[in-house]
Write a protein that binds this ligand. Structure first.
Ligand code: ADP
Ligand code: MG
Length: 274
């Protein structure tokens, strides 16, 4: 077959996403030295690490938004280099850390735009597309908000709109970069429950989050990043030990699990302060 004419064939049994030793250099500086992960079906994987560890850069690289200088990324077995445009939009939806909010756009219009990755140029939304949009709005708990202008929404509502826009894309994987960073406790809990519901429905979710306690509470597995490298992967219980937290964050802290709940106990102050 002629190069470039090959159509990507997804493998049903392959992990949803595999990234191996991804490397990113920006302006001569190696921002990502070596970052790896794999995402299974029906799994919520959290990428955790201090500010500046390279989490957002890694996510942008495996989502096909920044070309890596090295390593390999596969979505359902297909190399990322073979996926563009609608094909890429069909495998993963990406919610950026800092989204630009346009003015004069309603919630309904924004979610319609999310669905437009399915359309050919100048084609309108079909009945099936409209149903997908309605369902995305419902899953993001945004019924009743359809006619609201985006500029009038609270932080939590806006984040739910971004998730609805992503869901309307209909991809099996959602990658959300710090969706709760600006939110209060109630809104954070609402987003967390929503992400768990998506996973229960069979989607894969990659959650980039600097909040360790949140990651420990809602993730099936965590990937820890430090200084541009992924240094540990596994269940929160296995990975987020006092020693690792001390090494990566420089803080004395312990993850405590009790009756299905987990909490992060932090020594905020030096115990021997006088
Ligand atoms: P995180 O999301 O873990 O906080 P980032 O991936 O945003 O980390 O950034 C990792 C490092 O790369 C930081 O030191 C950041 O300043 C740097 N960096 C990220 N993007 C760029 C860029 N476009 N140009 C220069 N430096 C960048
Ligand atoms: Mg970031």
């Amino acid at each position: 077959m002629a190069p470039g004419r090959r159509t990507a064939a997804f493998e049903r049994k392959a992990p949803l996403l595999e990234a191996k030793e991804v490397q990113v250099t920006i302006g001569g500086e190696e921002i990502l030295e070596s970052a790896s992960l794999d995402l299974r079906r029906g799994e919520l994987l959290a990428i955790v690490g201090p500010n500046g560890a390279g989490k957002s850069t890694f996510a942008r690289a495996f989502c096909g938004l920044r070309r890596p200088q090295g390593g390999e990324v596969r979505w359902m077995g297909v190399p990322l280099t073979e996926l563009r445009g609608r094909k890429l939009a069909g495998v993963r939806a990406y919610v950026p850390q800092r989204a630009q909010v346009p003015t004069g756009v309603t919630v309904q219009a924004a979610v319609n735009i999310g669905r437009s990755t399915h359309l050919k140029p100048l084609q309108g939304l079909s009945g099936e597309d409209r149903e997908a949009v309605r369902e995305s709005i419902a899953r993001a708990r945004l019924e009743g908000f359809e006619d609201r202008d985006l500029s009038t929404l609270s932080g939590g509502e806006m984040q739910r709109v971004q998730i609805a826009v992503a869901l309307a894309q209909g991809a099996p994987v959602l990658v959300a970069d710090e969706p709760t960073a600006q939110l209060d406790l109630g809104a954070t809990a609402a987003i967390s429950k929503m992400l768990r519901e998506l996973v229960s429905g069979g989607m894969g979710v990659v959650l980039i989050v600097h909040d360790l306690a949140l990651a420990a509470a809602i993730a099936d597995r965590v990937v820890v990043m430090s200084h541009g490298r992924t240094i540990a992967t596994g269940t929160p219980e296995a990975v987020l030990t006092g020693q690792l937290i001390s090494e990566v964050w420089g803080v004395q802290a312990e993850l405590v699990h009790r009756e299905g709940r987990s909490a992060l106990h932090v020594e905020w102050l030096d115990q021997h302060q006088t």
